[in-house]
Design a protein around this ligand. Structure first.
Ligand code: NYM
Length: 212
């Protein structure tokens, strides 16, 4: 339609445990939407390219040690430093597909025992996703997928706690997808939901802030 240049893009987030398949699904989604002629970008958090992102990256690689609250706030700061760019991209009509967002921030930190309400507070005022695609897989099945890497958090016992935290965070913007299905079937479910969401945002669904 000829109003599309006035209408905004959708903020779409992929969440899930480590090894749930988010990264490959986000590149498939990007290709799919590009193929349909949509303005779309794929982002990820942590964004390791900024100076805050480099501190996070070194922490995740076990090259530095930080207090649990401190690293939590750095993950949040790493989203805040991208907030204005995110808003201008969305308002100019670009759809953003984001690999991890505030839900990862809260799920991973609260899995360490930090208070969930405290974990949510620095995320307040960030843009709220229009759609959260949660790629659901049991921690045991995720661990079977070629094993975890060397990074902090990539351990079965910890991932079980993260899974429990995620369960407490789901809201109306969440769509839970069975991530154990064949990769093409997961993609099919994602693309259907995403197209709906992009259309709704185009029609003028308001852009809101966390937490909903
Ligand atoms: N992670 C990611 C957090 O603990 N808090 C956050 O806010 C975000 C965005 O970082 N194990 C954790 C989850 C992952 C790790 O993410 C790195 P990735 O997607 O492997 O680069």
């Amino acid at each position: 339609n000829n109003h599309s240049s006035d209408s905004r893009g959708a903020l779409i987030v992929l969440e899930g445990l480590d090894r749930c398949g988010k990264t490959s699904q986000s590149s498939r989604l990007l290709q799919y939407l590009e193929g349909l002629g949509h303005a779309v970008e794929s982002w990820r958090f942590p964004d390791r390219t900024t100076s805050v992102g480099q501190m996070i990256s070194s922490y995740l690689a076990n090259k530095s040690h930080l207090d649990d609250h401190t690293i939590h706030l750095l993950f949040s700061a790493n989203r805040w430093e991208k907030r204005s760019l995110m808003e201008s991209k969305l308002k100019s009509g670009t759809t953003l597909i984001i690999d991890r967002y505030s839900y990862s921030g809260v799920a991973f930190s609260s899995a360490k025992g930090l208070d969930m309400k405290w974990c949510k507070s620095p995320e307040m005022g960030l843009l709220a996703p229009d759609l959260v695609l949660y790629l659901d897989i049991s921690p045991e099945k995720a661990a079977e997928r070629g094993g975890y890497g060397e990074e902090r958090y990539e351990q079965l016992e910890f991932q079980k706690k993260v899974a429990q935290s995620y369960k407490m965070l789901s809201d109306a913007s969440w769509k839970i997808i069975d991530a154990t299905l064949p990769i093409e079937d997961v993609e099919k479910q994602l693309t259907e939901t995403v197209l709906d969401c992009v259309a709704t945002c185009r029609k003028g669904k308001p852009l809101l802030e966390l937490w909903l």
